[in-house]
Design a protein around this ligand. Sequence first.
Ligand code: HEC
Length: 142
Amino acid sequence: MKKILLGMVAFSIIASAAPFNAEVQTYVDGLKTETKKSNSGFVDFDIARGEQIFTSTHIGKKGTKIACTTCHTANLTANGKNDHTGKVIDPLAPSANSARLTNVKDLKKWLRRNFNDVYNREGSAQEKGDVLYYINSKSKGN
Ligand code: HEC
Protein backbone atom coordinates (compact mmCIF):
# COMPACT_ATOMS: atom_id res chain seq x y z
CA MET A 1 0.00 0.00 0.00
CA LYS A 2 2.80 2.39 0.94
CA LYS A 3 4.54 1.71 -2.37
CA ILE A 4 1.39 2.37 -4.35
CA LEU A 5 0.86 5.70 -2.59
CA LEU A 6 4.47 6.73 -3.19
CA GLY A 7 4.07 5.79 -6.84
CA MET A 8 1.05 8.04 -7.17
CA VAL A 9 2.86 10.97 -5.54
CA ALA A 10 5.84 10.51 -7.88
CA PHE A 11 3.52 10.36 -10.88
CA SER A 12 1.70 13.56 -10.00
CA ILE A 13 5.03 15.38 -9.58
CA ILE A 14 6.19 14.19 -13.01
CA ALA A 15 2.88 15.19 -14.61
CA SER A 16 3.23 18.52 -12.72
CA ALA A 17 -0.53 19.05 -12.53
CA ALA A 18 -1.75 20.26 -9.17
CA PRO A 19 -4.63 18.26 -7.70
CA PHE A 20 -8.12 19.72 -8.05
CA ASN A 21 -9.72 21.05 -4.88
CA ALA A 22 -12.27 18.77 -3.17
CA GLU A 23 -15.31 20.38 -4.81
CA VAL A 24 -13.88 20.12 -8.33
CA GLN A 25 -12.54 16.58 -7.69
CA THR A 26 -16.07 15.49 -6.77
CA TYR A 27 -17.35 17.01 -10.01
CA VAL A 28 -14.59 15.25 -12.01
CA ASP A 29 -15.39 11.93 -10.27
CA GLY A 30 -19.02 12.40 -11.31
CA LEU A 31 -17.93 12.96 -14.92
CA LYS A 32 -15.95 9.69 -14.69
CA THR A 33 -18.96 7.76 -13.42
CA GLU A 34 -21.09 9.20 -16.21
CA THR A 35 -18.47 8.36 -18.86
CA LYS A 36 -18.22 4.75 -17.65
CA LYS A 37 -21.95 4.29 -18.25
CA SER A 38 -21.53 4.69 -22.01
CA ASN A 39 -17.90 3.47 -22.27
CA SER A 40 -17.23 0.38 -20.15
CA GLY A 41 -13.52 0.30 -21.11
CA PHE A 42 -12.97 3.86 -19.86
CA VAL A 43 -10.11 4.22 -17.37
CA ASP A 44 -9.34 7.92 -16.93
CA PHE A 45 -9.47 11.26 -18.69
CA ASP A 46 -6.65 12.02 -21.07
CA ILE A 47 -4.56 15.18 -21.56
CA ALA A 48 -3.82 14.43 -25.24
CA ARG A 49 -7.51 14.01 -26.06
CA GLY A 50 -8.17 17.22 -24.13
CA GLU A 51 -5.59 19.06 -26.21
CA GLN A 52 -7.29 17.88 -29.38
CA ILE A 53 -10.65 19.10 -28.08
CA PHE A 54 -9.17 22.46 -27.11
CA THR A 55 -7.09 23.21 -30.21
CA SER A 56 -9.20 21.81 -33.07
CA THR A 57 -11.35 24.11 -35.21
CA HIS A 58 -15.08 23.56 -35.77
CA ILE A 59 -18.06 25.29 -37.31
CA GLY A 60 -19.51 26.87 -34.20
CA LYS A 61 -22.84 28.18 -33.07
CA LYS A 62 -22.53 31.24 -35.31
CA GLY A 63 -21.84 29.12 -38.40
CA THR A 64 -18.21 30.23 -38.66
CA LYS A 65 -14.90 28.53 -37.82
CA ILE A 66 -13.95 28.70 -34.17
CA ALA A 67 -11.82 26.81 -31.61
CA CYS A 68 -11.40 27.08 -27.85
CA THR A 69 -8.08 28.73 -28.70
CA THR A 70 -9.88 31.50 -30.64
CA CYS A 71 -10.69 33.17 -27.31
CA HIS A 72 -8.25 31.52 -24.90
CA THR A 73 -5.24 31.31 -27.32
CA ALA A 74 -2.98 28.24 -27.48
CA ASN A 75 -0.98 29.56 -24.53
CA LEU A 76 -3.13 28.83 -21.51
CA THR A 77 -0.89 30.72 -19.14
CA ALA A 78 -1.36 33.98 -21.10
CA ASN A 79 -4.35 36.31 -21.37
CA GLY A 80 -6.94 35.56 -24.01
CA LYS A 81 -9.45 37.79 -25.72
CA ASN A 82 -13.15 37.14 -26.15
CA ASP A 83 -13.74 36.87 -29.88
CA HIS A 84 -17.37 38.00 -29.45
CA THR A 85 -16.94 40.99 -27.12
CA GLY A 86 -13.24 41.94 -27.43
CA LYS A 87 -12.82 41.75 -23.64
CA VAL A 88 -9.58 40.42 -22.15
CA ILE A 89 -9.87 36.93 -20.60
CA ASP A 90 -7.52 36.07 -17.75
CA PRO A 91 -5.31 32.98 -18.24
CA LEU A 92 -7.16 29.66 -18.08
CA ALA A 93 -4.39 27.53 -16.53
CA PRO A 94 -4.49 27.29 -12.72
CA SER A 95 -0.67 27.53 -12.76
CA ALA A 96 -1.04 31.13 -13.96
CA ASN A 97 -4.39 32.01 -12.38
CA SER A 98 -5.16 30.36 -9.05
CA ALA A 99 -8.88 31.17 -9.29
CA ARG A 100 -9.27 28.77 -12.25
CA LEU A 101 -10.89 25.35 -11.94
CA THR A 102 -11.91 26.02 -8.34
CA ASN A 103 -15.65 26.73 -8.58
CA VAL A 104 -17.94 24.00 -9.96
CA LYS A 105 -20.84 26.36 -10.63
CA ASP A 106 -18.64 28.57 -12.86
CA LEU A 107 -17.05 25.56 -14.51
CA LYS A 108 -20.39 24.03 -15.46
CA LYS A 109 -21.70 27.35 -16.76
CA TRP A 110 -18.68 28.10 -18.93
CA LEU A 111 -18.20 24.56 -20.21
CA ARG A 112 -21.86 24.48 -21.32
CA ARG A 113 -21.61 27.90 -22.96
CA ASN A 114 -18.17 27.42 -24.53
CA PHE A 115 -18.84 23.91 -25.94
CA ASN A 116 -21.96 25.37 -27.51
CA ASP A 117 -19.92 28.25 -29.00
CA VAL A 118 -17.38 25.90 -30.57
CA TYR A 119 -19.12 22.52 -31.08
CA ASN A 120 -22.67 23.80 -31.40
CA ARG A 121 -23.71 21.23 -28.76
CA GLU A 122 -22.97 20.46 -25.14
CA GLY A 123 -19.76 18.57 -24.37
CA SER A 124 -20.02 14.94 -23.25
CA ALA A 125 -18.87 14.01 -19.75
CA GLN A 126 -15.73 12.50 -21.28
CA GLU A 127 -14.95 15.61 -23.35
CA LYS A 128 -15.36 17.84 -20.31
CA GLY A 129 -13.09 15.65 -18.20
CA ASP A 130 -10.42 15.41 -20.93
CA VAL A 131 -10.37 19.17 -21.45
CA LEU A 132 -10.18 19.87 -17.69
CA TYR A 133 -7.17 17.51 -17.42
CA TYR A 134 -5.56 19.36 -20.33
CA ILE A 135 -6.15 22.84 -18.87
CA ASN A 136 -4.92 21.69 -15.46
CA SER A 137 -1.77 20.16 -16.97
CA LYS A 138 -0.52 23.46 -18.37
CA SER A 139 2.36 24.78 -16.36
CA LYS A 140 3.96 28.17 -16.88
CA GLY A 141 5.86 28.50 -20.13
CA ASN A 142 4.06 25.82 -22.14
C1 HEC B 1 -16.20 33.11 -27.62
C2 HEC B 1 -15.05 33.06 -26.68
C3 HEC B 1 -14.75 31.75 -26.00
C4 HEC B 1 -14.55 30.52 -26.57
C5 HEC B 1 -14.57 30.15 -28.04
C6 HEC B 1 -14.26 29.61 -25.48
N1 HEC B 1 -14.28 30.28 -24.28
FE1 HEC B 1 -13.93 29.47 -22.45
N2 HEC B 1 -14.40 31.24 -21.57
C7 HEC B 1 -14.72 32.41 -22.24
C8 HEC B 1 -15.08 33.43 -21.29
C9 HEC B 1 -15.51 34.86 -21.64
C10 HEC B 1 -14.94 32.85 -20.02
C11 HEC B 1 -15.22 33.49 -18.66
C12 HEC B 1 -14.42 34.68 -18.41
C13 HEC B 1 -13.44 34.47 -17.34
O1 HEC B 1 -13.64 33.61 -16.47
O2 HEC B 1 -12.41 35.18 -17.33
C14 HEC B 1 -14.51 31.48 -20.22
C15 HEC B 1 -14.27 30.57 -19.21
C16 HEC B 1 -13.89 29.27 -19.39
C17 HEC B 1 -13.67 28.32 -18.33
C18 HEC B 1 -13.86 28.62 -16.84
C19 HEC B 1 -12.60 28.42 -16.08
C20 HEC B 1 -12.76 28.76 -14.63
O3 HEC B 1 -12.58 27.89 -13.78
O4 HEC B 1 -12.99 29.92 -14.32
C21 HEC B 1 -13.32 27.14 -18.91
C22 HEC B 1 -13.00 25.82 -18.23
C23 HEC B 1 -13.36 27.34 -20.34
N3 HEC B 1 -13.67 28.64 -20.60
C24 HEC B 1 -13.07 26.36 -21.27
C25 HEC B 1 -13.29 26.52 -22.63
C26 HEC B 1 -13.28 25.40 -23.58
C27 HEC B 1 -13.01 23.96 -23.22
C28 HEC B 1 -13.56 25.93 -24.80
C29 HEC B 1 -13.75 25.19 -26.10
C30 HEC B 1 -14.76 24.12 -26.10
C31 HEC B 1 -13.72 27.37 -24.63
N4 HEC B 1 -13.57 27.67 -23.30
C32 HEC B 1 -14.01 28.26 -25.65
C33 HEC B 1 -14.73 32.59 -23.61
C34 HEC B 1 -14.58 31.58 -24.56
